[in-house]
Write a protein that binds this ligand. Sequence first.
Ligand code: TRP
Length: 527
Amino acid sequence: MSAEREHWSGSLGFILAAAGSAIGLGNIWKFPYITGENGGGAFVLVYLACILVIGLPVMLCEITIGRRTQRNPVGAFNALNPASCAVAHALGGGIALTGLFLLAFRQWGWGVLALGAGAAIFRRRWVVVGFLGLLAGFTILSFYSVVAGWTIGYAWKALAGQLHFADVPTAAAAFSRFVAHPGWAIACHLAFMLLCCAIVGRGVRRGIERWSKILMPVLFLILLVLILRGLTLPGAMAGVQFYLTPDFGKISAGSVLIALGHAFFSLSLGMGAMLTYGSYLDKRQNLLSAALVIVVLDTLVALMAGLAIFPAVFAKGFSPAVGPGLVFQVLPTVFNLIPLGGVWGFLFFVLLLVAALTSGISLLEVVAAYFVDERGWSRRRAVWLPGAAIFLLGALCAISVGDWDRLPWLRAAIVAAFGAVKGSFFDVMDNLASNWLLPLGGFFIALFTGWIWGVKPAMDEIRQGAAEYTDVPLVSLLAGLKDDHDPHAHHPAMTLAALWGIFIRFISPVAVLVAFLHTIGWLKLGR
Ligand code: TRP
């Protein structure tokens, strides 16, 4: 099977596709508004620290598993799964037992879920991590595509000159009306899913790589134009100042954990998307530098997005701390106040769409790769059937954002099974993926590599293509003296290989676990 597996044409194709996956709505829509809510510059610094501490090590980890196994997440864990694993058996048994207790207390939904999950972990061990990733691909793409659909709608409205809002409340009302109209919301969501399916259906090289190579430069170009436009507005410097001046008084334990969770989502980690893209790499590529470049590009675009948004927002006297509405409500109002507003508005929403598209295709590719590798489906079938299912799931999300009361049966079913439901179906999907599946997935991927598969075999895989970097003392590497030392000398010094091992065994899993326990409310850390 792997003999005929498609591969990227080179490292540039891989890097642009992976950066395209990472750079998405998370960078341009979410990062600026959570920065606005959490006090600007100080939050940016905390976010950078999170990227270094867990983002980079786990990124390298996923890509390495992918290239080693040449498989989708499920196949990858199948290939590396130990024949028996005490940790997995204990964990699976414990969860199944908890499920039995829950059933005894008539908690049917949670009980069945825990029993099923426990039994699956007991029987399939680490393969369950792969299935978690698959499930995350389905859920994330279903609501992601709805938001991406809004950007299509708004780009169209900007072009048609319909974004004339005198103030933010007017813009907010128009936005609510737009998302509450099921016909529009679903049509835009359908358009986005069709684009994703068409690209992924063409395959790795002719679809994903080719379109990433076209779309990523377009994204950079539009972003640069918008930054120049924002910075040249009178009064823009107040926004730059807000963005770049750290005020640590505004940082709480809560905002550190938000930064941590967002670092994960933004880098597309925790569900095997990078693993799947890594599975199309051949052994010549340098995984170290690829991981580094992807992480740097993703961070750069998040920072640039803030620079495109805050100066304009401040120049027109708006507040940055308005939450998710920043992009769809405040920005159109801002654009309306500057000359040629329609053009800037159109460019901005096309930028969002391009970013969302290269991310959407990576989510779909995870699912498609599973059906191609493990079920032997043709690529066409593996793309369009799951694509249709995701479309239906997303349609429910789209309807529920506008008005949850339109889906009384769905709400009643969730309440009957799980006792209560917070927010709309859209929020349920978002919450399930971002707060549960991704952190758990990331935690177990790091744990698996560090303690089950082992740092040594992983490092041997990384060495292929990066040997001259992995085993040099870190100080020599940083000092630019990497070729200046004797490879046969015995040295107790810290190398990149050793550093990565320590991060992947201890630091990254602990950091992710703490963040996870905090988000689900089992751990209280101050505010
Ligand atoms: N990283 C993307 C963003 O910032 C979203 C995304 C794409 C993603 N693929 C993913 C998130 C896989 C988690 C896992 O918008």
